[in-house]
Structures are given as structure tokens and as C-alpha cells.
Design a protein around this ligand. Structure first.
Ligand SMILES: [Zn+2]
Ligand SMILES: [Zn+2]
Ligand SMILES: [Zn+2]
Length: 140
């Protein structure tokens, strides 16, 4: 993705442009799968931990990234599709590959409904992790 596009996305989410924000966003877009803080630390050694940490929390707060609940004990982040600075809107499931151990967001065209709850429950968010073998590992 072009630098100008990345800048536009960050601005649209009400954030100032910094090198770290551009780099992290660009990496998420190109990587496609979820990333942990550790992944980013390894990828961007030029930035200190605090800068990276702040970038992730700003992105989370402004609807660019969401935390994916995972039992690995590491905070894992996935790219948001169309969340705003006010709120996250998610209705998608996550897939964890048991071979490569990577997590990814499965886009919400795959319909697992949260509307099938018993009466008088109001759903706001859904955390579903399906485990198995991912596309990539399956084709190897
Ligand atoms: Zn979101
Ligand atoms: Zn895999
Ligand atoms: Zn996700």
C-alpha cells in the first residue's frame, strides 16, 4: 500500500502520523494474519518497546486494530475492517492454526450468527476461535 494511503487511514482514525504508526500499519496490511507484540518487536528493532506499545494501544483505541483473545498468553492483534474511532464493530471469527500457530481474522462473509442467543440477551461482541489447519499449511 502506498505511503499516502497509509497516511490517509491513520488520519481518518484521528491519529497523528508518525514513522512508527506508518510502519506498523503497513506491516499488518501486508502480513494479513494477526501479530503479537513480540512479532512487532522482532520486526522493528529500530523502535523501542514503549513506542511500539503506544502505537498498538493508540491503534486499538482508535479502531485500527483489535485484540484477539488467545490462550498463548501474548497479546495478539488483528487489523480492523471498518471500525471507527468511537467503537469497534466485530462480527467475525478467528482461526488458529495448530501447525503454524498463527491466528487470523476470518472475514465476516462467513456467517456465524450472534443473533441466535436466548431471549433477552443483547450481544455486543463475539470471540470465537476455531482451531485447525490453515489454508497455507494445508496446501503445503
Ligand atoms: Zn475493530
Ligand atoms: Zn498454518
Ligand atoms: Zn479479528
Amino acid at each position: 500500500m502506498k505511503y499516502s494511503e497509509l497516511k490517509k487511514i491513520i488520519k481518518r482514525h484521528g491519529l497523528r502520523i508518525t514513522d512508527c504508526r506508518i510502519d506498523v500499519l503497513s506491516y499488518f496490511i501486508q502480513y494479513k494474519k494477526a501479530l503479537t507484540f513480540k512479532n512487532l518487536e522482532d520486526q522493528f528493532e529500530a523502535y523501542d518497546r514503549v513506542t511500539l506499545y503506544r502505537t498498538l494501544s493508540a491503534f486499538e483505541e482508535h479502531g485500527l486494530l483489535h485484540k484477539i483473545p488467545d490462550d498463548s498468553g501474548f497479546a495478539t492483534y488483528g487489523l480492523c475492517q471498518d471500525c471507527s474511532t468511537e467503537a469497534h464493530h466485530h462480527n467475525h471469527i478467528h482461526f488458529k492454526c495448530l501447525k503454524c500457530e498463527q491466528l487470523e481474522c476470518i472475514d465476516d462473509t462467513i456467517n456465524i450468527s450472534i443473533d441466535s442467543l436466548p431471549k433477552n440477551y443483547i450481544a455486543q461482541d463475539m470471540d470465537v476461535i476455531i482451531k485447525g489447519v490453515c489454508q497455507q499449511c494445508n496446501s503445503n
